[in-house]
Design a protein around this ligand. Sequence first.
Ligand SMILES: *Cc1c(COP(=O)(O)O)cnc(C)c1O
Length: 394
Amino acid sequence: MTDVTPSLPVYLDYAATTPVDDRVAAVMQRYLTVDQLYANPASRSHMLGWQAEQAVEQARRQVADSLHADPREIVWTSGATEADNLALTGFMRANRERGMHLVTSIIEHKAVVDTASALELEGFEVTWLTPGTDGCITPEQLRHAMRDDTALVSLMAVNNELGSVNDIAALAAVAHEFGAAFHSDAAQAIGRIPLDVEAQGIDLMSLSAHKAYGPKGVGALYVRRHPDIRVEALIHGGGHERGMRSGTLPTHQIAGMGKAFALMAQEGDADQAHIAGLAERFMAGIAQTGGIYHNAGDGHHVPNIINLAFDGIDGESLLMALRDVAVSTGSACNSASVDPSYVLLGAGVPRSLALSSLRFSFGRFTTEADIDHALGVLQHAVSGLRAPAPAGSG
Ligand SMILES: *Cc1c(COP(=O)(O)O)cnc(C)c1O
C-alpha cells in the first residue's frame, strides 16, 4: 500500500492528452520572447533566423531518430489530424494513376475515418475492414481486401480507445505485395511500442506531440523518400516543408515536440514498465468487483489504455459518480454525444456494454496512490449504482 495522498482529481485520461513534461516546457520557453530565439525559421537574411532554423532542424532530427527515419522525411503539421488528412487525401490525389482504391478500418480515429469518407465523395473507393474482438486487423483480412487498383492502405498502430496493437510490419508487407503504399496513424504508438519505419516498411506515418508529453497543436507526417512517396499539399502558401505543407513553422511547438520525442526514445520503455505495473495493480483491484469486462483485452494491447465495460451500469452515470477521477467514455472527440462509441461497436462490443464502458489511460506521472484512489472510488460507485432501488421508487 502507498501512504501518499494523490492530488485530486486523479487524471486517468492520458490517451486524450498528456501534460507537457517540465523538460519540454523548458525547451519551448527559449523560442518565444524578445530576449530569445523568436525569429522566423524561414528568415535567411539574419542570424536570428538561422538560429531558429537550427532549432527546427534539431527537432526534425530528434523526431526522425525516434522512428529510424531520415530528417528529410519529416513534414511538420498542426497535429495528427492534419497528418492523417495529408497522408490520405494528399497521397490519393497525387497517385490517381496508381489506382482509386483505399483500404482502411472502421475503428480508425475520426481523422482517418472522416477523411476516407470525404475521399469517397471525391470519387475514390474505400474498403472498410472490421477488426476482430481483439481490436486488430489481420494480414489475411487485408490480403482479401487488396485489389489491382489499391493505391493505399491506412491502418493504425495503436487504437486510441482500446489500446489494441496492430502488427503494422505484417500489414505493410501485404500492402507492398500488391504494390500499394502503407500509412499508419501512430499518434498513440510513439514510446509505447517499437517504431522503426525501415524495419516495419512504413511509407507514411502520422504523429502528434500532445499524446507524448509535448504541446498541443503540433505533429508531423513521416513521408518515405526511398522509394519516393508523393503527397499533394492540402495547404498552399510559401512552399515550406518541401512544398507539402506551407505556413510559418511554430519554432517553440516544434522544439517541444523534438524534446518530447527524444525523451520518449530514452524513457518510453521505462515509462511502459512503470505503467504495466500500475495496470496490473488496477486490474487486480478491478477483479474484486464482478461484472466488469476488459474490452479487447484478449489480444495484443498496450498496458497504458484499459477499456472496461461495467455490466448493468450506464457509463455516463458511472462517469458522474467518479467525480474526482478523470476518465473518458468513448473517445474524447465524441464525448459530447451519448451514442455508443463506434470503435467499441466496431470491435464487436454489444451496444448495451458499449454504453457501459469507460476508458482508463495511464501515463508517466500516474502513481500507485492514483490507482488506489481510483479503485476505491470505482468500487464505491459501482456498488452504489448496482444497489437495488429503494422500494416505492417505481
Ligand atoms: C489524438 C489522436 C489523433 C489526433 O491528433 P491531434 O494531434 O490531436 O490532431 C489522431 N489519431 C489518433 C490515434 C489519436 O489518438
